[in-house]
Design a protein around this ligand. Structure first.
Ligand code: NI
Length: 137
């Protein structure tokens, strides 16, 4: 069966502070620079959700992208959009909200909601110039 990758791009705004509470303030300032600003800063995140699988001969789809959009809303965006990631989102109570960790958490949440025969990969854009890819592991 032919395989395809289909992608839905979703968007959220969020504030964060990149900070490791186990390290000193000086270490944090040196390591994270402006991203360590104590009063947080915001990003317009873009998240590309790519699903790979066989084309279903009955529908012609790998997956209905409208269904993927709704899953993203329910599993990810309602928890992240217009939030302070450090303060509002339990996923980051023990995890520094870098792009890497945001991508990892989003992958885990969405993966759990997808049929097992589909492969999921994510690309999280923190700025138009910086992005992170994650596909499990
Ligand atoms: Ni940032």
């Amino acid at each position: 069966m032919p395989r395809c990758i289909v992608t839905r791009r979703v968007h959220f705004n969020a504030a964060h502070r990149v900070h490791n509470p186990k390290c000193s303030d000086e270490w944090n300032r040196k390591t994270f620079g402006v991203c360590n600003n104590p009063n947080y800063h915001g990003h317009n995140y873009e998240l590309d959700l790519s699903v790979e699988g066989e084309i279903d001969p009955e529908t012609g789809y790998v997956m209905d992208l409208n269904g993927l959009k709704e899953l993203a809303q329910e599993r990810l965006l309602q928890h992240l959009d217009h939030k302070n990631l450090n303060l509002d989102v339990p996923w980051f109570q023990e995890l520094i909200p870098t792009s890497e960790n945001i991508a990892l958490v989003c992958w885990r949440e969405l993966r759990a909601a997808l049929p097992a025969h589909l492969t999921l990969r994510l690309r999280l854009w923190e700025t138009p110039r910086n992005y992170v890819d994650y596909e499990g592991a």
